[in-house]
Design a protein around this ligand. Structure first.
Ligand code: ZN
Length: 301
């Protein structure tokens, strides 16, 4: 063997494990910091938290994921990032549940930071995924359409197969569990808020996993005047009305910090309960949208 060849072989044997690691599991591969500068912070591990009754927080420090458990099977809302999936599965296991008993996975909105982990979670659990029609299109392809206000600025996510369509207001069931989808779009065209009841004995609480309501967009997109998403403002306003109307004892948001979740969870379950939380969440979002539309108008003149 020539020295040159043996050096090449040595280089290959050093490089191979690194390459194999980088190419490991496409469904849980982390985004680079160029793709997502917040992802490392968002994905910081967090222990699972029993919230109340059969409802558990199983997400990361910065990205929500909620398990609703039953003897006939469990429901999981949101999958956070692709590389959050192993943490979510570990959180489910450490609560004493078997991920294989997760029968249904739901989503708030089809962006990589809330839906990126769904493909890996679906593979690990064998669960059905259900989503609004507009979200299902994105989950299937792994990329958002040009009608998404953030189109062109978001990382792609592993595609999800076999998605069941949901109907607004129609409960979706797993055994005795029953969750109601409410379309609260605007942040994305398919954004969905989920509601359910959890009980401890006679005492029941109305839980709301309320979707993101922030008017964030690519450069040049106008919420007030978009050919790609003409109903953006009307969708937001309809969603605000939903959030103001639905019974809401406990508010959870896809980004826990958006609703002061960690401050409230310290004193769970009592401290989690805030029947005014959804109304305030909607009021803040209304103001944000109003400011955004004012800015769009002033920039056009
Ligand atoms: Zn988003």
């Amino acid at each position: 063997m020539t020295a040159r060849l043996s050096l090449l072989l040595l280089a290959a044997s050093i490089a191979a494990p690194v390459r194999a690691h980088a190419q490991a599991d496409p469904l849980t591969r982390p985004y680079s910091t160029e793709q997502c500068s917040s992802c490392v912070a968002w994905n910081a591990p967090h222990r699972p938290v029993h919230l109340f009754g059969n409802t558990y927080y199983v997400g990361t420090e910065g990205l929500g994921s909620v398990l609703i458990a039953s003897p006939e099977g469990h429901v999981l809302i949101d999958g956070a990032l692709p590389n959050s999936a192993p943490q979510i599965l570990e959180n489910i296991r450490s609560l004493g549940f078997d991920p294989a008993d997760v029968k249904l996975i739901l989503n708030s909105h089809a962006h990589f930071d809330h839906a990126g982990g769904i493909a890996a979670l679906q593979r690990a659990t064998g669960a059905q995924v259900a989503a609004s029609a507009a979200s299902a299109d994105v989950l299937r392809s792994g990329t958002v359409g040009s009608n998404d206000p953030q189109y062109g600025t978001l990382a792609a996510m592993p595609p999800v197969r076999g998605i069941v369509a949901i109907t607004e207001g129609e409960a979706i069931q797993v055994g005795r569990l029953s969750l109601i989808p409410h379309i609260t779009a605007g942040h994305t065209p398919g954004g969905t808020t989920w509601t359910w009841r959890s009980c401890e004995g006679e005492r029941c609480l109305d839980f709301v996993y309320a979707d993101s309501q922030t008017p964030v967009s690519r450069e040049g997109f106008l919420f007030g005047n978009s050919a790609q998403y003409p109903s953006a403002v009307a969708d937001f306003q309809r969603g605000f009305e939903v959030l103001e109307r639905i019974p809401c004892d406990v508010l959870i948001t896809p980004h826990p910090a958006a609703s002061g979740f960690w401050e409230r969870v310290v004193t769970a379950p009592g401290g989690l309960i805030d029947p005014g939380a959804c109304k305030r969440y909607a009021a803040t979002a209304r103001k944000q949208l109003q400011r955004r539309l004012e800015r769009e108008r002033s920039e056009r003149h």
